[in-house]
Design a protein around this ligand. Structure first.
Ligand code: NAD
Length: 325
């Protein structure tokens, strides 16, 4: 992800990428040379040696809090890849550190910068589909083999719900507001080792229910999909089809008529759009499209899903969003 962000920064004319930090000297050398910027073995050295406005954290998740607090204490704005942290306590500590430093923080809930997800939300908000009843989302592919297999350690990645499905939790709350209750099942490593598969049901306070499916157990590839159904029609999208959002609408007395509305494909990388947005935010002291509280709330849902998987029981959210476990 650090490489993806580095490429995205380089595509933004108003930004200047000045350094990379990684503990792996070989990676730092090859990446630094290919990108043409200096490499630093740790964040402290980088903070001492280069004067920057933003630290963009793409570390394994268990390292987010320490890096975010160091960057904020040094007076830098912070972009932090999702999930913001692994516990609500750590997430709150990062948010408090940003407030104390009077610096901005953007959590990498990048679906908010995918045109296809933006378009879907617009169709929901402008009532094209009528009152929304149900939503289905899918996200996943093969198991990610990260640095020292950190994705396979729940203490480092927080498991599939916190690492991967958190994208969909954030998107769904962006569209439908707070989640009231979750119930979830998982393979939990029974069949495929760390390569988990999760099925989660979410009920929103605003009424709709969502079925959120995610996997790290496919043989290869990565894809994402959604279907949103309302009283007046439904939309569906599957990245594997490489097609538009399909829209089927009921219309007038012909309740079964359908209309397909094509949507143009993504033009610039959503990661570039996300980083460029943050540049605007810090330049104009504006509110980011994804606030740190959004990152906190998405984490809260993912932890409730984890708890439901572990207990086999539904989990209510209101108690959790107030508490800091
Ligand atoms: N938004 C997205 O679409 C998306 C996609 C994938 C990953 N992510 C998130 O991005 C983050 C990074 O994931 P990844 O897949 O790129 O991980 P990765 O394992 O591929 O890379 C992690 C890098 O961190 C380096 N590293 C480890 N400890 C370090 C330390 N103390 N200081 C400096 N460098 C250190 C490693 O050498 C490695 O190069 C995670 O939080 C993950 O959840 C987001």
């Amino acid at each position: 992800m650090g490489f993806v962000h580095a490429q995205a920064w380089q595509a933004i004319p108003e930004a200047q990428l000045v350094g990379l930090v990684d503990t792996d000297p070989n990676l730092l050398k090859t990446l630094g040379e290919s990108i043409g910027v200096s490499g630093f073995p740790n964040l402290d050295t980088a903070l001492r040696e280069v004067d920057v406005d933003i630290i963009d954290i793409c570390l394994p998740t268990h390292l987010h809090r320490e890096a975010a607090e160091a960057a904020l204490a040094a007076g830098k704005h912070v972009i932090c890849e999702k999930p913001l942290a692994l516990s609500l306590k750590d997430a709150r500590a990062i948010i408090d550190a940003a407030a104390a430093a009077k610096k901005q923080i953007l959590v990498g809930h990048v679906l908010r910068f995918f045109r296809v997800y933006q378009k879907a939300r617009q169709l929901v908000l402008d009532h094209t589909l009528g009152q929304i009843g149900t939503i289905k989302t899918f996200r996943g592919g093969s198991y990610p083999k990260g640095w020292h297999d950190w994705y396979g350690d729940p203490a480092k990645s927080g498991t599939l719900a916190t690492d991967l499905l958190i994208h969909d939790f954030d998107f769904l709350m962006w569209c439908f507001g707070p989640v009231e209750r979750v119930y979830a099942k998982s393979l939990a490593g029974h069949i495929t080792g760390a390569a988990d598969h999760v099925l989660a049901s979410l009920r929103f306070k605003s009424g709709p229910i969502a079925h959120v499916e995610g996997t790290w157990a496919y043989p290869k590839g990565f894809s994402y999909a959604f279907e949103i159904a309302g009283a007046d029609g439904l939309i569906h999208f599957d990245s594997a089809d490489k097609g538009p959002i399909h829209t089927l609408l009921r219309s007038g007395s012909e309740r079964n008529a359908s209309v397909e509305v094509p949507e143009s494909p993504v033009e610039i990388s959503p990661y570039q759009a996300e980083l460029a947005h943050f540049l605007e935010v810090i330049t104009h002291d504006a509110l980011p499209v994804v606030t740190a509280e959004d990152g906190y709330n998405a984490l809260a849902v993912s932890l409730a899903v984890r708890d439901s998987i572990q207990s086999g029981e539904p989990v209510l959210l209101p108690g959790r969003t107030g508490g800091e476990s």
